[in-house]
Write a protein that binds this ligand. Structure first.
Ligand SMILES: O=C(O)[C@H](O)[C@@H](O)[C@H](O)[C@H](O)COP(=O)(O)O
Length: 241
């Protein structure tokens, strides 16, 4: 894939600094070209220091719209909430208008209903016709050591969903809301941010030319736009010559 770019940084600090520069450049150029930038955040632990560093940036916050690529099916103040993590690390520290934050709703009590709500928010924000998917300027992704991304877990039904933007995912018994694969593949830019030696075995499977997409869902991320992999040396040790 000629649109796939991979960089291995010496350590987590360098990885986060590189990701910060990448995100700032993407945000600034999207706003310069289209007067707004739409990004979707990943959860988990890896992106937290990146979000903390983005809080120190001076950006045209009123032109930035922030979505989440997935969410644990918990309340927004739950310790596991991706929304809570991003707000605490970044979004509550900058003057971004409240209406520019588009978290996935988890209040209904029925994940399928909230997934439909989230899908409706995206359809109206991006003014999508039936069968269309949103074109985010940037989707940030992480990867689990099982090869999942967003909340698209191995051998789950969510991997097959291609008629809506948001669906219900599951990590074992715990419910999630997640972007569907077509949304990830419609983005102008997708950035995987990966740190840690524990990710190496899955990374090898995901980056191989042949493999099992259902077993390693990150393989399904094949955007028409740019696909970037930023790894620290612990994660990328097997990949550098
Ligand atoms: O909701 C989530 O947990 C994330 O969206 C998930 O896809 C995450 O990116 C990976 O599980 C990696 O998580 P770590 O960064 O904690 O390794």
């Amino acid at each position: 894939m000629q649109n796939r770019k991979l960089e291995v940084l010496p350590d987590k600090v360098a990885l986060v600094a590189r990701a910060r520069a990448f995100c700032v450049e993407t945000i600034r150029s999207a706003i310069a070209e289209r007067d707004r930038c739409t990004i979707a955040l990943s959860g988990g632990s890896t992106p937290r220091p990146l979000y903390e560093q983005l809080a120190a940036e001076s950006l045209p916050w009123d032109r930035l719209h922030v979505f989440w690529g997935d969410e644990r099916y918990v309340s927004p103040d739950h310790p596991e909430s991706n929304q809570r993590m991003a707000r605490e690390a970044w979004l509550d520290k900058v003057p971004i208008p409240a209406e520019n934050l588009h978290p996935m709703p988890t209040a209904d009590g029925d994940a399928a209903v909230d997934a439909e709500h989230a899908d409706g928010v995206i359809r109206s924000f991006f003014q999508l016709a039936d069968g269309e998917f949103p074109e985010f300027d940037l989707i940030l992704l992480g990867m689990g050591d099982d090869g999942h991304t967003a909340s698209l877990f191995p051998h789950t039904n969510s991997l097959q969903v291609c008629d809506r933007s948001v669906t219900v995912g599951n990590k074992g018994d715990s419910l999630r809301l997640t972007f569907s694969v077509p949304v990830l593949n419609c983005a102008r830019r997708v950035l995987f941010l990966i740190s840690g030696a524990n990710k190496r075995p899955a990374l090898k499977q995901v980056l191989a030319s042949e493999g099992d997409n259902a077993a390693y869902p990150s393989r399904l991320v094949q955007p028409a736009g740019e696909l970037w992999w930023l790894l620290d040396a612990d994660a990328g040790a097997d990949l550098v010559a």
